[in-house]
Write a protein that binds this ligand. Structure first.
Ligand SMILES: NC(=O)c1ccc[n+]([C@@H]2O[C@H](COP(=O)([O-])OP(=O)(O)OC[C@H]3O[C@@H](n4cnc5c(N)ncnc54)[C@H](OP(=O)(O)O)[C@@H]3O)[C@@H](O)[C@H]2O)c1
Length: 284
């Protein structure tokens, strides 16, 4: 799998596995456990090494499914990313939330631990102190932020001894500068160039916009024919063809898991990246 590597050696594969709704959304769903564990195992067998979860997902149950799926996999071959929810950003809460995540995941450490979203009611300095202490204790290896504007990224970095290696934000062909959350805008115009200039990875979530990107589209279809790839592959290759961008599509389907991996290992021409940026239109 092709990876994107920072100067400090931290790297992520271009395509990782999203897990939102595997094991439930805001509440745990135990009804499809076997199927979901099987899906995560399929992903790892196909070559996914970066798995993205959060304490929020399935109210923690997603972590339990990941634990079951990876229990026989060499730990060092995987990068597990998780997130502390925005209501748990006080010092003690960060520590307790992270320890609870580790217990559910049955792991000794998390590779990349994010602040899931900003919470302006809790001092960011306090949150970052907790994240630094988690790094010092070896419970997390790297710090990330998610849904952070450039201003907040700078503020978070100013409080931390450790490099913030990633900002996970919504980025796909249809939602460019403005994702779902009003508090995180300027994704393409500000956050992406900032990440590129400051050696930070942009982890693009919702890369197929939960399907919107897969609607018929003249330009997308022209590029599918040119590169002999599917719409999902073109849409995600457009992301990873840009420097510092990796992505984490979620799929529980073996065929689509394999298809999504096929978005990596090649790059479209720069002209086509630019054409998609300028001319892509959603057909309603
Ligand atoms: N940090 C944050 O605030 C935040 C917010 C949202 C998401 N995330 C992370 O980002 C991950 C990805 O985002 P997402 O799950 O919201 O959206 P997504 O990956 O854009 O879309 C997932 C949906 O698209 C379908 N899909 C995936 N690949 C496909 C393909 N090749 N062809 C057709 N359909 C396909 C999946 O169905 P099947 O499973 O049936 O294939 C699923 O319904 C999440 O799972 C989560 O880990 C983070």
């Amino acid at each position: 799998m092709t990876t994107k590597t920072l100067k400090n050696g931290f790297s992520l594969p271009e395509i990782g596995l999203g897990t939102w709704t595997m094991g439930g959304a805001m509440e745990a769903d135990y009804s499809r456990d076997e199927e979901m564990v099987g899906a995560i195992r399929n992903a790892v067998a196909l070559g996914y090494t970066h798995i993205d979860t959060a304490e929020l997902y399935g109210a923690g149950h997603t972590d339990e499914l990941i634990a079951a799926a990876i229990k026989e996999v060499d730990r060092s071959s995987l990068q597990i990313a998780s997130k502390v929810f925005k209501t748990n950003l006080e010092y003690e809460a960060v520590i307790n939330s992270t320890k609870a995540s580790l217990e559910r995941l049955k792991l000794d450490y998390i590779d990349l631990h994010y602040i899931h979203a900003p919470n302006l009611d809790i001092p960011l300095s306090e949150t970052m102190r907790a994240f630094d202490d988690l790094v010092a204790e070896g419970l997390i290896k790297h710090i990330g932020v998610s849904n952070f504007t450039v201003e907040l990224m700078k503020e978070a970095q100013s409080y931390s001894k450790n490099k913030i290696v990633a900002n996970q934000v919504e980025y796909n062909l249809t939602t460019r500068d403005h994702g779902t959350f009003d508090f995180c805008t300027g994704i393409e115009s500000e956050i992406l160039p900032y990440c590129q200039a400051n050696d930070i990875l942009l982890v693009a979530y919702k890369p197929v916009d939960r399907g919107t990107v897969l609607e018929p589209n003249d330009l997308l279809d022209e590029l599918c024919a040119k590169y002999e790839k599917t719409r999902a592959q073109i849409a995600m290759n457009w992301l990873v063809s840009q420097s510092n961008v990796v992505t984490i599509p979620k799929s529980e389907n073996k065929g689509r898991l394999a298809e999504n991996l096929g978005a990596s290992g090649w790059y479209m021409d720069e002209d086509d990246v630019e054409r998609l940026r300028l001319d892509y239109k959603v057909v309603s």
